[in-house]
Design a binder for this molecule. Sequence first.
Ligand SMILES: Nc1ncnc2c1ncn2[C@@H]1O[C@H](COP(=O)(O)OP(=O)(O)OP(=O)(O)O)[C@@H](O)[C@H]1O
Length: 547
Amino acid sequence: MTAPCNIAAALPRLAAERPDQIALRCPGTRGPDGLARYDQTLTYAALDRRSDAIAAGLAHHGIGRGTRTVVMVRPSPEFFLLMFALFKAGAVPVLVDPGIDKRALRQCLDEAQPQAFIGIPLAHLARRLLGWAKAAAKHVTIGRRAWLADVTLAAVEQAGAAAGPQLADTAPDDVAAILFTSGSTGVPKGVVYRHRHFVAQIDLLGRAFGLQPGGVDLPTFPPFALFDPALGLTSVIPDMDPTRPAKADPRRLHDAIARFGVDQLFGSPALMAVLARHGQPLPTLRRVTSAGAPVPPDTVAALRALLPEGAQFWTPYGATECLPVAVVEGAELQATRAATETGAGTCVGRPVPPNEVRIIAITDDAIADWRDVRVLGEGEVGEITVAGPTATDTYFNRDAQTRQAKIREGERVVHRMGDVGYFDAEGRLWFCGRKSHRVETAEGPLYTEQVEPVFNVHPQVRRTALVGVGSAATQHPVLCVELAQGVPAREWPRIERELREIGGRHPHTARIARFLRHKRFPVDIRHNAKIGREKLAVWAAQQGVTA
Ligand SMILES: Nc1ncnc2c1ncn2[C@@H]1O[C@H](COP(=O)(O)OP(=O)(O)OP(=O)(O)O)[C@@H](O)[C@H]1O
């Protein structure tokens, strides 16, 4: 019989090899200086033993193989114990970003048709008041009392304490989890992760970044923290609100990094910007990874200057549906900055093996079979597709979206990223923006990431967003502009003239005739970085910019 395909299978092995190594350190109580004491810890032995107990206890409560279970628990020892218990049990955790719009959240929860709901007391209260996940019949609370739930997690653990090792016999194709996208282009979609996707993801991430057991990680981006225990790392969970990275207190992050000799940091571009602005050196870090959205060049340069000699700054490119697709190191990113600022797009690096990345002709239609695809050559902009061990093959209960995003190629399924880009002569992938954000003008398409960086070089501009106004295929390009902080609105006529002059330097940007000042761009909650271009397009149309 073959061993189960399950990331939780790593736990008993690691617990035998390194029982006393700390798997997880959490902020816990606060000292008189206001800083977290990090007095909540879990060793590998405890993580393995206690997740066994919880897995067995959940089975007593009818949560087992295949049970779709909403998990609404903040990063804490309980979160890790519970997630590994669910994997061991072969249950299917459903994770939705708590930061998203409440209506979208409810829709996600309904769509996932969960059978169980495990959450903090506040999540149970919201479930009751707002009618979330009505189909879920089993309720477990992380609270001290079984308020609004059938049972507490502590009681579940106690019930399973004597049961011994647990590990469901999961097959590679069995569903392991449903993870919702952040929904920056619409309502989030539930991505179906199979056990083989997680196993491959750990393998690819481990190899791409050279992760070694024994390292100390500060994962500021919650879903990724889950990989640390499977890789033998020690995770230090930062003292911050994970849904508000731009508001993190850099002093607290520095304190944790210095106290535990953190050698690896994982976070969103918004968090990188916080550390870069703070400006204090980060001497223990060997590797920084920033994922989820493009990292502004100033942030890359400022953060690299704070790192010790030989440290690496990686930016993976990928999506909830497929990660990692490609990776680029900060030195290369900085070397390609000039090209980005003249309209080449953003270099996202080389595909992570064994991913096969191909560029296909742009279409908004579904493509059922790879034989109907037109593969583009070097330098041609098209839609980015990925085939490989971490490319997921379906959305949960979203057949229309699945058809739009997946192409069958013989035995395998190719994922369409919904992003546009191209390969250069050196085999590097360049990201040119989201497919749905392209502006189709009468003179041909314009891509956001080939236009905005050209204008973003203006010192009094914080960021820009290209949107289209008018009917399909003959849209008028409009550049929305957010001025840098403190720049008064009366300066706008001059800045607009200067932007027009900058645009005139390149044939593609010279086609932009309309510039609109916008006070503050709508952005996504998770990354604080993805611009809500859909909303801006509606706004631009209302400003009387038509034909
Ligand atoms: N390194 C990167 N550089 C530029 N853009 C990136 C990078 N990494 C990811 N992205 C962007 O983020 C997208 C993936 O984001 P994610 O999976 O969090 O959900 P989302 O796309 O924001 O949500 P939804 O699909 O629901 O709109 C990619 O398709 C790409 O557009």
